[in-house]
Ligand binder design. Structure first.
Ligand SMILES: Nc1ncnc2c1ncn2[C@@H]1O[C@H](COP(=O)(O)OP(=O)(O)O)[C@@H](O)[C@H]1O
Ligand SMILES: [Mg+2]
Length: 348
């Protein structure tokens, strides 16, 4: 307990070594660094020692040597009571607070890691910005169509504007439904219902419901069973099939294959469309991410389908990824554990 030892040394009074306040600082969740007039580190509590990997035996030591962070010395030099610094060596953002130390000339520097907090803030801001952007297009189009109708146009044009309005409201509804679905999965309150079922049957159902224009080639061992959340898997597959149909020409076929490999069931949905260039392969699973804005919008997409599919799989221990087919087209693969330990039905 070097904090207590410092107290003892500082006061030359062994009784003070048991100062309850010093012990509190030692175990506080916030990092605490005690510095002297020359910016030498005299003591560091447990959180700080762990974060900066400070060797207590080497104290006192220059702040820079002890922490390898020049930005902390800048904070001290500037003497600003509160600031936020980006640590270059540790690649973290910390909020700092300076208070006078227990003896004249000493400074106590408190620091807390706010990296995750800032990241979440950024995610939220981006989400709102993306969502507003998504809503703007159908709303603008809706308003235009309504204005045109208000001008009392001839019968044929009326029909066209009404169709426009229906399409825009459908798109808005789809966005709202997707958002709700995403929020539900993220909250994790949608119960996970793991059951054992034949995969061929499920795939037939998904194809029946999606009814893509393209011919579907389904290759699946009839006996292949899987333990998974049936409706969540169905939704994820439907989203993949929807994309394969949407982003490839009507005549080109879609191949769906399933097989078991290394304790996993792998399902691939492959199209014969233009594919996706590799730099987008990870990002297409992000919310609102679209490779081609105009193309996706024209087909009524909001860039949420794959983000939803990914979540639906993650919550049941699965994975999803995409890659190119050597002879053209894009392939999406879903992998789920074939068997699960424990009960058949479980809550998330
Ligand atoms: N099979 C595919 N072929 C080509 N591009 C695809 C395919 N699937 C997805 N993408 C790209 O990934 C983006 C994200 O897909 P998704 O999340 O389903 O959004 P949306 O379908 O609403 O556009 C799409 O906008 C598209 O650019
Ligand atoms: Mg989609």
């Amino acid at each position: 307990m070097i904090w207590a030892r410092w107290r003892r040394d500082a006061t030359n009074n062994p009784q003070d070594g048991l100062d309850p306040f010093a012990d509190l600082i030692e175990e506080a969740p916030v990092m605490a660094l005690l510095l002297d007039r020359e910016n030498r580190l005299l003591a560091a509590n447990e959180a700080a020692r762990e974060f900066f990997q400070i060797d207590a035996g080497r104290l006192p030591q220059g702040l820079l040597q002890a922490t390898r962070e020049g930005r902390l010395a800048e904070v001290l030099r500037a003497g600003r009571p509160e600031s936020e610094v980006r640590l270059t060596h540790h690649r973290r953002i910390v909020a700092t607070r300076l208070v006078p130390g227990p003896r004249p000339g000493e400074t106590l520097l408190f620091a807390s890691d706010v990296t995750e907090l800032r990241r979440l803030e950024r995610v939220r801001q981006e989400f709102v910005a993306n969502l507003s952007h998504e809503l703007k297009t159908p709303l603008t189009s809706l308003r235009l169509a309504a204005e045109s109708l208000a001008d009392d146009p001839p019968q044929v044009a009326r029909r066209r504007f009404a169709d426009r309005i229906l399409k825009d409201t459908d798109q808005l509804t789809a966005i709202v439904n997707n958002l709700r679905q995403l929020a539900e999965i993220e909250r994790g309150d949608g119960e996970l219902t793991i059951g054992r079922f034949a995969l061929a049957e499920l795939l037939q159902e998904v194809i029946q419901r999606s009814r893509p224009e393209q011919p579907i080639d389904l290759t699946i061992p009839g006996a292949l069973h899987i333990e998974a959340d049936r409706s969540k898997l169905a939704q994820a597959l439907a989203n993949l099939l929807d994309n394969a149909a949407k982003f490839s020409p009507p005549g080109a076929g879609i191949d769906i294959q399933a097989r078991s490999a290394q304790g996993e069931v792998r399902i691939t949905v492959r199209d014969h469309g233009p594919g996706i260039s590799p730099e987008h392969w990870e990002r297409v699973f992000e919310r609102f991410y679209k490779v081609d804005q105009a193309r996706s919008r024209a087909s009524g997409g909001s860039g949420l389908g794959l983000a939803i599919a990914k979540h639906l799989l993650l919550v049941q221990g699965g994975r999803i990824w995409t890659e190119a087919e050597p002879d053209g087209g894009q392939r999406f693969t879903i992998a789920l554990p074939e068997h699960r330990a424990g009960s058949v039905t479980q809550a998330s």
